[in-house]
Design a protein around this ligand. Sequence first.
Ligand code: HEC
Length: 120
Amino acid sequence: MRTTAAALCAAGLLLAACSDPRPDAAALERAEALRPADPALAARYERSCIACHAQAASGAPLTGFAPHWTPRLRAGMDALVDHAEHGYQAMPARGLCQDCTRGDLRALTEFMSQTPSEAS
Ligand code: HEC
């Protein structure tokens, strides 16, 4: 059922299911366990992004949870990286990672959304 909803969501056919898709326990465990492959990036991720992006209650799109990222990715990776850099609603500018470059923010966003360049 969840897979079906995610597939329909990805196809843009079931927009209501995209507004508040709830991650199950397995998705939450996966979000807590996932790390970027690059150790320097993993350190930045653990220092900042993980505090919100591995927590269902934060309102942040969950790391590795496609139903949270698919609708956002429609805006394009550049728009997402702009929001990560400058802040967006409850998302603080640079995700509170003051020494993250735009390239780091892009790589972290690609990792969290599991887009092909960082997917493992
Ligand atoms: C204090 C909590 C917090 C931290 C720390 C945080 N985020 Fe977020 N992030 C959020 C929230 C909340 C949202 C959802 C904002 C919304 O759509 O209202 C979000 C959304 C995003 C988005 C999607 C923006 C969009 O256009 O939909 C990206 C990309 C992102 N964060 C990247 C990062 C990165 C990279 C880091 C670490 C460097 C990070 N965040 C750290 C809370 C956080």
